[in-house]
Design a protein around this ligand. Structure first.
Ligand code: EPZ
Length: 439
């Protein structure tokens, strides 16, 4: 495997310890003006990486957000299993799972990054054996993996829980089955779609998730030789094949990163051109933002986002599986709502505990009342800088957005959450005029 461009060294322990001590300091009040290039989607890249376990040939992933903590962590998981992984500064991830030396994703890695449970499907399909530490709860909710396990059992896997590990075996290989998911799950859909590509016979997934990242993954799997029909619909039909082969694939742009910067401009004012955006993946954000008073216009692969002068009006949003409003933009939208005219109601239907940003925003002067899974946000005339901290990625970035418009200085602690999911956040925002730095 050649690696001409500069290789990124994967050392997840060192990384997370270093950034745990770092803070982000923001002086609010600057408009954003300029251009921001959107990276490849983290939540697609993580799945493409594990899909490489399905083939013994090399896979090249272009437009991979290689600087993200989660991507480096996934690289560490794949290396633990014996795959060769090279992450390059130019955004290329080169992965070759020629032979697998271990079938175990250990506790220490899984607890840091839940997406490693997605090795279950591919490893069972190709090797008939996989062990993954049970991920446990996380800051945004309990997040069980029962749907993944039930579906794999239906496909013939024998699964037991032992010492905190899911131990799965399919000595005679996986076989196709009809799976009826009780709710829409991104991860379970992906895990089973991957497993089904190499299972014997046909697998049908009913009530499948339809997120653009799943469509992107399905398209890559089809390039690898998989037979999948119904991508982007709630019914996937997958006919197992003998073998998949290596490919080069360009990862879909990150709609959540793009949405986050759109909301940033809505808050600060100014004009930013977002490069490498698929607006059709963001209709549930673009529609309400335009109605609230923003100017948003597509120009080829660019999206021009502008708010000059106008005051935005508050509006109501409910998170839902795609094509509904994404839960991964809920916290950022709440930051925006705190400074809109009038009130807005935000209802979270995906995760039971995804309002941890509320008390921190209140400390910055926001007026928010939570009733169960809804938050009523009454717009205030301005936020005030404060020292804040959040316990997950999207909540953390919501506080950064609040800091961009708050009077005075905002210090965001625990920024390792941000490093997990936003590539070059400080560089991208300061290039557009934000006063933001690491300390
Ligand atoms: C993915 O998580 C994303 N993560 C999340 O992004 C995102 O918020 C979520 O999808 C919803 O869009 C990655 O892609 C790595 P789910 P996932 O399975 O797959 C319940 C971010 O900030 N459920 O669609 O874990 C579950 O508890 C992250 O980038 C079960 O009950 O989410 C939740 O309530 C955070 N049993 C709902 O389904 C199961 O077996 C949807 O979860 C699986 C899920």
């Amino acid at each position: 495997m050649s690696a001409l461009a500069q290789e990124i060294i994967v050392d997840p322990n060192k990384l997370s310890q270093a950034s745990e001590l770092q803070k982000m300091v923001i002086k609010g009040g600057n408009e954003l003006n300029g251009r921001i290039r959107i990276s490849g989607a983290k939540n697609a890249a993580l799945k493409h990486m594990v899909a490489c376990l399905l083939t013994d040939e090399p896979v090249n992933l272009e437009n991979c957000p290689v600087n993200l903590g989660d991507i480096k962590m996934q690289a560490a998981v794949l290396k633990t299993l014996g795959a060769e992984v090279v992450l390059r500064e130019d955004g290329m991830a080169m992965i070759h799972a020629k032979a697998i030396e271990s079938h175990v994703a250990p506790y220490d890695l899984v607890r840091k990054m839940r997406a490693s449970v997605l090795i279950l499907g591919p490893l069972l399909a190709r090797y008939g054996k996989a062990e993954v530490s049970l991920p446990g709860g996380c800051a945004i909710g309990t997040r069980p993996i029962d749907m993944h396990l039930d579906a794999l059992s239906l496909m013939g896997a024998e699964i037991k829980l032992d010492g905190g590990y899911v131990k799965a075996e399919a000595p005679n290989g996986l076989k196709g089955a009809e799976i009826n998911f009780s709710k829409v799950s991104v991860g379970a859909t992906e895990n089973i779609m991957m497993a089904a590509t190499l299972a014997k016979g046909v697998t049908i997934i009913n009530n499948a998730a339809r997120e653009p990242e799943i469509v992107d993954q399905g398209e890559a799997l089809i390039k690898m030789g998989a037979k999948i029909e119904g991508l982007g619909t709630a019914r996937l039909v997958i006919e197992g094949v003998e073998k998949l082969h290596g490919i080069t694939h360009e990862i879909v742009p990150d709609r959540i990163e793009a949405g986050t910067y759109m909301i940033a401009v809505a808050m600060t004012g100014g004009k930013v051109v977002l490069e490498n955006v698929r607006p059709e993946h963001l209709t549930t954000l673009i529609g309400p933002l335009k109605e609230a008073g923003m100017h948003i216009e597509q120009d080829g692969k660019d999206l021009i986002v502008e708010r000059n002068g106008v005051d935005l009006k508050g509006f109501d949003i409910m998170t839902e599986p795609h094509p509904g409003f994404p839960t991964d933009l809920q916290a950022q939208l709440m930051s925006l709502m705190t400074i809109c005219k009038g009130a807005g109601m935000i209802t979270e239907t995906i995760f039971e505990n995804r309002f941890m940003h509320v008390p921190e925003l209140i400390r910055m002067g926001a007026e928010i009342t939570v009733h169960g899974n809804s938050a009523l946000v009454r717009g205030v005339s301005g936020l005030k800088g404060a020292e804040v901290m959040a316990t997950d990625l999207r909540a953390s970035v919501a506080l950064v957005l609040a800091g961009l418009v708050a009077e005075g200085e905002t210090v965001v602690n625990r920024i390792y959450h941000l490093n997990r999911g936003y590539e070059k956040l400080v560089e991208k925002l300061s290039a557009c005029g934000a006063d933001i730095r690491l300390a």
